[in-house]
Ligand binder design. Structure first.
Ligand code: NAP
Length: 310
């Protein structure tokens, strides 16, 4: 049977995705028609992104699965018109990009690079940072991205603690889980990395209470989602100096409004949701493999647990 695959990602990227998806589907041995404007009642699979044209899945009467190009599925997981399996993106290129962003910003703060980048003004004052093995880093979220970042940081020598919903054992990491493990995970977080999904349970994971559990002067990196943080509580902790710096890549409202205090706060670095990007070739291969699996009656990769929201 010929599978009908609708591209419903960002329209501006169709010209790039058309050849990449076509090649990956062919290499996966999938017999298919690929398009960006197929009749809804003929579509078997939707290649989906939140910045694409589809938000109501009702017209897609023979749909078999929705395959997200994005790792974060917070805007679609709760969509009531979606009644078929939803797979999210776990992509080699995306993971490598996140490792690089997290490692770069961790090393910036660990080494105190700002002091030299801003300039010593002729004031010769050596100040040695501790070794990584003397620095506690905590990663909230030990999924595809969090675990890869945590393992890389541990490989550099950092004392890494990871926190997740379910219990885990990962060599080289101290693993904590559940509500009971959060305070302990935060207590050792001189640098804290947020790589949780946005779900009803994770909203405001960082609030006035949990921010107070961080060590004095802790640094926060948030490439996860803006809603993980109570912004007013973070701004208060930054104002007081209890939080030494926040490097934020994700925000409740994106683009971050021009008047937002994060833009001008001296202890905040804003990056415009660039931590990690789904990569054309590798993501197309993941999509093609899932179409192949679905057509062969095999289980899909990276299925979203709709009740958990990720
Ligand atoms: P993932 O594989 O689904 O992993 C999510 C992790 O969070 C899992 O370890 C999970 O625990 C944990 N978790 C979920 N709910 C929790 C809770 N209530 N308490 C404690 N831990 C909880 O996701 P991923 O692929 O690593 O991606 C993480 C997030 O990164 C995405 O959802 C997205 O928001 C963000 N992201 C950002 C960018 C960017 O450019 N800034 C790019 C891609 C993704 P279990 O392991 O126990 O299930």
């Amino acid at each position: 049977m010929t599978a009908r695959v609708l591209y419903a990602g960002a329209p501006a990227r169709w010209d790039e995705y058309r050849p990449a998806l076509a090649r990956a589907l062919e290499q996966a041995g999938v017999d298919c028609v690929l398009g960006d404007d197929l009749p809804a009642d003929e579509v078997d699979y939707i290649v989906y992104a939140p910045n694409g044209p589809v938000s109501d899945f009702t017209p897609f009467t023979r749909l078999k699965a929705v395959l997200s190009l994005w790792a974060g599925v917070d805007t679609v997981a709760g969509n009531r018109t979606l009644t078929v399996p939803l797979a999210r993106m776990v992509d080699h290129g995306l993971t490598r990009g996140m490792i690089e962003w997290v490692t770069g910003h961790t090393l910036r703060h660990h080494l105190g690079m700002d002091r030299y980048i801003h300039g010593l003004g002729g004031d010769w004052q050596p100040a040695y940072p501790p070794l990584a093995e003397e620095r506690g880093v905590t990663v909230l979220g030990l999924g595809a991205l969090g675990r890869a970042c945590a393992e890389t940081l541990a490989g550099l020598g950092f004392r890494v603690t990871g926190w997740s919903r379910s219990a885990k054992t990962i060599p080289g990491l101290t693993c904590l889980h559940g509500e009971a493990g959060l305070a302990e995970a935060l207590a050792s977080a001189e640098i804290l990395v947020l790589l949780l999904p946005n779900t009803p349970e994770t909203e405001n994971t960082l609030n006035a209470t949990t921010l107070a559990q961080l060590p004095e002067g802790a640094v926060i990196l948030n490439p996860g989602r803006g809603r993980l943080i109570d912004d007013e509580a973070l701004l208060a902790a930054l104002d007081s100096g209890h939080v030494g710096h926040a490097t934020l890549d994700t925000f409740r409202v994106e683009p971050l409004p021009r008047a937002h205090r994060y833009w001008s706060h001296p202890r905040v670095t804003v990056t415009p949701h660039v931590a990690a990007e789904t990569r054309l070739r590798t993501s197309s291969e993941v999509i093609a493999e899932n179409v192949r699996r679905a057509e062969a009656g095999e289980p899909l990769l990276h299925l979203v647990d709709r009740s958990a929201g990720y």
